[in-house]
Design a protein around this ligand. Structure first.
Ligand SMILES: *Cc1c(COP(=O)(O)O)cnc(C)c1O
Length: 432
């Protein structure tokens, strides 16, 4: 529309319509991409709208032929789209779809590869809400979840045999115990089982929650995983300002994932995609290098402390899977990248450990500047929490003990403070 034509309208009507479709507004010229915020998109013609719907989630359509036809935020959106391309590249996967939270991403990934009558095999120690999804919700949908210790490869091999088994699911390192699970060994078992399943859509998918490692420390596709899920709320987001989740997968299941997100909802808001795109992901390597240096210092300090029973950190020689961690947890330059979390248990019976742990945590909450009592992880601030009563409270105490979650266990997630300050605050709290 020409300026003269526009002037026929009342100034207030023009204020509403503005000049927001200027030819000059293109993303290429921005050093920092703008936060996009538009629920719906202007379509030049009904024909173009129809093309947009035909192309959406259509595996036959080659996305590289022309720019996407945006219709509606829940389908596709430019700020989130840029983040998705960057995440797929960081993980070494084909495609990525981002969701409003990590839990939305996990339900999305599992929602496309399982249905009523299917079976999911999962490691018994899991993020509390994932455990609750598996035990409170999936049984209602007729999806059977069996917990199998992923360190027992013979048990895994046996458990995945039935034709209904569609998914093997775990986190590594495991939240909160920091056990390390051998992705390659499990992938090899699945590959043997899949060799007997000619239908590609009825094969077993290996789904790995890579939240604790991030693609900086570990890229599960390199070890044979089929789908990687993330909570972007954690270290990829990095600053603790926004929630988000991501699923990275191969081209084969990506169209279903987009359709799932369109129909069940829960896409990542572009306003929450923007900080991850502009601040979180680009600073992930510098933040993680610093955090893992601190984690090793803190783990070594705790290991020699007289009140501490044991410390689990994949970077310690004493970690039961130290050799596996050294093989599996590598930054893209090949450096050992054992992560930013440390888990430790205080001496005494479980009851004594729990009481002492609560005292240490309360002292930190009251007196420490460097350590903050809060759930979540992967922020610029060091966070401490008590998994048994906080993040893993949905898991019954007996199941917690079976899964190696000690009632007195304490989880530390490193921030960017000076390591000496973190250690000094821990020393004061442990001495109290
Ligand atoms: C936090 C977390 C989730 C859930 O992510 P939200 O963004 O909180 O929904 C899933 N898995 C792991 C390992 C987590 O730490």
């Amino acid at each position: 529309m020409s300026d003269a034509d526009e002037r026929r309208y009342h100034p207030f009507t023009r204020l509403i319509h503005g000049r927001m479709h200027s030819e000059h507004w293109q993303y290429d010229d921005h050093i920092v991409p703008p936060i996009s915020s538009s629920a719906a998109y202007r379509l030049e013609s009904a024909q173009r709208g129809a093309e947009g719907f035909v192309e959406f989630a259509n595996p036959e359509f080659n996305v590289d032929q022309h720019a996407p036809i945006y219709i509606y935020d829940r389908l596709d959106e430019p700020a989130r789209g840029m983040l998705e391309e960057n995440l797929a590249q960081a993980e070494g996967g084909d495609r990525c779809a981002c969701f409003a939270t990590g839990m939305a991403a996990i339900s999305g990934a599992l929602g496309v590869v399982s249905k009523t009558g299917d079976r999911i095999i999962a490691h018994p120690t899991l993020y509390g809400c994932t455990y609750s999804l598996f035990t409170n919700w999936y049984p209602r949908y007729g999806i059977d979840v069996e917990f199998v210790n992923m360190h027992d490869l013979a048990a895994v091999e046996k458990a995945i045999e039935p034709a209904q088994t569609m998914v093997v699911y775990f986190e590594t390192p495991v939240n909160p115990t920091l056990e390390v699970i051998d992705i390659q060994a499990i992938a090899a078992i699945i590959k043997r089982a899949n060799a007997k399943r000619p239908d590609r859509k009825r094969r077993i998918f290996l789904v790995v929650d890579n939240t604790f490692s991030t693609p900086f420390s570990q890229r599960p596709f390199e070890h044979g995983a089929d789908i990687v899920v993330h909570s972007l709320t954690k270290n990829i987001g990095g600053f603790g300002t926004d929630m988000g989740g991501a699923v990275i997968c191969e081209n084969l299941i990506y169209p279903d994932l987009l359709l799932y997100r369109k129909d069940f909802g829960g896409p990542l808001s572009p306003k929450s995609a923007w900080p991850v795109l502009t601040h979180g992901l680009p600073t992930l390597p510098v933040r993680t290098r610093r955090q893992q240096e601190t984690a090793l210092k803190v783990a070594r300090y705790l290991e020699q402390h007289p009140t501490v029973e044991r410390v689990l950190y994949p970077g310690l020689e004493s970690h039961p899977a130290y050799d596996l961690a050294k093989r599996q947890m590598r930054d893209p330059d090949g450096g050992f990248a054992p992560g930013i979390l440390v888990y430790f248990v205080l001496k005494g019976t479980p009851e004594e450990g729990r009481a002492k742990g609560a005292r240490v945590i309360d002292t930190l909450a009251k007196d420490s500047l460097a350590i903050t009592l809060a759930v979540s992880l992967g922020q610029i601030r060091t966070l401490v929490e008590h998994p048994s009563s906080m993040t893993h409270a949905p898991i019954p105490v007996e199941a917690q003990l079976e899964a190696g979650i000690d009632p007195g266990g304490i989880r530390l997630a490193m921030g960017l403070e000076e390591a000496d300050d973190i250690i000094a605050d821990l020393a004061r709290a442990l001495g109290s």
